[in-house]
Design a protein around this ligand. Sequence first.
Ligand SMILES: [Zn+2]
Ligand SMILES: [Zn+2]
Length: 360
Amino acid sequence: MFPFFSCFSLFSFFIIFFLSLSCPCFPARTIPDQVTVVTADAHNATWHDFKRFLDACRGSHISGMSELKKYFHRFGYLSLAETNFTDTFDTQFESAVVLYQNRLGLPVTGKLDSDTISTIMSPRCGVSDSAHAALPPLHAARHYAYFYGRPRWARSSPMTLSYAFSPNNMIGYLSLSDIQTIFRRSFSRWSAVIPVNFTETDVYDSADIKIGFYRGDHGDGQPFDGVLGVLAHAFSPQNGRLHLDASESWAVDFKSVGSKVAVDLESVATHEIGHVLGLAHSSAKEAVMYPNLRPRTKKVDLKMDDVAGVQALYGSNPNFKFSSLFESENSYNQAFGFSSTHSNWTISLSLLLFIFFLPT
Ligand SMILES: [Zn+2]
Ligand SMILES: [Zn+2]
């Protein structure tokens, strides 16, 4: 029994590995000519400076690398035990880079290559990536993750969660009605796939989900950092706080906003609601729960990975049909090279090879 499966798995792995090298579903990665993500004057100065570590690898010693280690520490890639970071690219830092590349869906090189530096410098969610629940190894189709302990909202079914906007912490250049519309749409994407309803309330203090725009240190131990860098953060269930960095140029419609550093409010709202519900960061670049979002980019549609993750926590909305996700599933599979045809074909070939090599 077990030898059969281990042998089968070995062949499957071999074939999948072989296909991953040869199949046109896996296009060669385009290496960006430069690692500068945002060319506008206003950018997060600290992260922008990281471009000077391009091509650093184990053994490199570059003044200021301790700042990059602090970044890795902040987002959960270097242990809390080590706080006196040096400027040397040591083996521990190499392990952190490998872990980062794995979790961000990057080519795993262990070096600060252009893909890695470019991703490090791009704006992202402030929630640490360390909150990942352990995933089965080689379970390639699953990228979603949960916070430690897999917390979720515990309410009787049908579940309704209320949300409210902070009366004192909003931004002046967007109307309340625009913000309300954006959040209504963002919540509805999640309620379409799970049996949870969201309703807006004026009573902020007793709302389950409390939404506000904050600047710098705002009392929860996770200060915001000005333009770009960290865009927002939210807390795991059943905390309900959802905070957006008031220093960002939040956009409702890019057509009416010229700023190169404009950030799509709806994309970030949809992502942060995922955290409020209990999802941690996904390593699937297409997923809404991927931690990074470049300026002037819109990513609001839930992908299969997001839906599978949240439905494993709350179950499926009875009205939800997977066929409605066909398009996004298609693009998801194209992005990651997993099509059902491909998988079936791979399994068939593995079986044939197994039978062929079966000892007689
Ligand atoms: Zn996040
Ligand atoms: Zn906060």
